[in-house]
Design a protein around this ligand. Structure first.
Ligand code: PLP
Length: 370
């Protein structure tokens, strides 16, 4: 059996975040077992997509759900769905937008790497407002007969001066334009699974492989039935734009198991456990000369989760924060932490397995003491 060791890959302890480049998250046994069972039989894939989607929709208080290949894949099929609806000719014609709506509106402040998934459908992004300031009339003026959708990136990507999401939804809907919310990393809080769609968004898109701890290559498009139906028509096994973003039977069942597990978690207990770890890190680190550790809140993606922010006085410690971070990554066991603003080290308990908080602390102390 191939192993990371045999492949010369050194596993790392993730005290950073649910980063794709580190593998996202660790699937719990419930998810792995569901995937193993699903892997043993042939099934009708579109039928499984519908059944799993219906179950997840019910569990998350949504009208409908499409399991995508990740949040980014979810953006592609959801934008395609907004462009084509259920028109067969349009679905087949993509990414050629001749005769189709070819504009998607976005706040200027929310532009980010993931908007490539929007542009992948061929549409143009129409920016509204200024970074830090946008008003309803900016949106009103941008909407026209070519507008396929408005995309909203929830989290830390926008700015407080953006048009509030409720207003965006009201304004877009007044002109018959759908609104999609990229909420890929917006768990916790768990209520976000229904919050954006109950607010009126046509679709809200989540990663299956971040805090949900489902398969890395899974995602959820939650929302209106028309949108989900059109996602399915644009997606596999049909030979359309979503065909290269295939979702296997194992991922479909795996992400369902992950959603069931997530809904049954004691999120308050989990939050206080994270607070305990962060407080413990702070008090231990503050004993060291040249080190100032404080609680940081919310997370880098604006989730209500604490982290420990570690300020290193290089003139006292004798090493810079980046040398320490590199030392943690290169050491044994390897620990991956984030570099924060103002040359700080950020420690995140979110992605740790039980007991790893001790190892993270020990490795950091070791590197600080050089
Ligand atoms: C992580 C993330 C994505 C991509 O999610 P995948 O499930 O990895 O495809 C998209 N948008 C935002 C804002 C994200 O944070």
């Amino acid at each position: 059996m191939p192993s990371y060791e045999e492949l010369d890959i050194t596993p790392t302890i993730n005290a950073n975040a649910t980063l794709t480049r580190l593998g996202g998250s660790i699937m719990p046994p419930e998810v792995l077992e569901a995937m193993m069972e699903a892997a043993k039989s042939f099934i009708d894939l579109p039928e499984l997509q519908r059944r799993v989607g219906n179950r997840i929709a019910l569990l998350t208080q949504n009208e409908a759900c499409y399991v995508s290949s990740g949040a980014a894949g979810g953006i592609v099929v959801a934008i395609a769905a907004c462009v084509t609806g259920n028109e067969k000719w349009a679905i087949e014609q993509l990414p050629d937008l001749t005769g189709l709506k070819n504009e998607v509106i976005v706040h200027k402040s929310q532009r980010n790497g993931y908007d490539h998934a929007v542009r992948q459908v061929g549409v143009k992004l129409i920016e509204i407002g200024w970074p830090g300031e946008a008003e309803v009339w900016h949106l009103e003026r941008a909407i026209n007969e070519k507008t396929a959708a408005v995309i909203w990136f929830e989290g830390a990507l926008g700015s407080p001066g953006d048009i509030p999401l409720e207003k965006v939804i009201d304004t877009a809907h007044a002109h018959g334009v759908p609104v999609l919310v990229d909420a890929a990393a917006q768990l916790p809080p768990i209520e976000n699974l229904w919050k954006f769609t109950q607010m009126g968004a046509d679709g809200a898109i989540f990663s299956g492989g971040k805090d949900l701890r489902g398969p890395q290559s899974s995602g959820l498009v939650l929302g209106k039935q028309w949108l989900i139906d059109a996602c399915a028509l644009n997606g596999p096994p049909h030979h359309n734009i979503g065909r290269p973003m295939k979702v296997g039977k194992e991922e479909m069942v795996g992400v369902l198991a992950a959603v069931e597990r997530y809904l049954s978690l004691d999120h308050e207990a989990r939050a206080s456990q994270m607070e305990e770890i962060v407080a413990g890190w702070c008090s231990e680190l503050n004993r060291l000369d040249g080190v100032t550790a404080t609680r940081s809140f919310p997370s880098e993606a604006n989730q209500p989760m604490p982290r420990t922010r570690v300020q290193i006085d290089a003139s006292v410690v004798g090493r810079t924060h980046s040398e320490i971070l590199q030392g943690m990554r290169d050491g044994t066991p390897s620990v991956n932490a984030a570099s924060g603003p103002d040359e700080t080290i950020m420690l995140n308990p979110q992605t740790l397995e039980e007991g790893e908080e001790e190892i993270v602390l020990a490795r950091l102390v070791e590197e600080i003491q050089g």
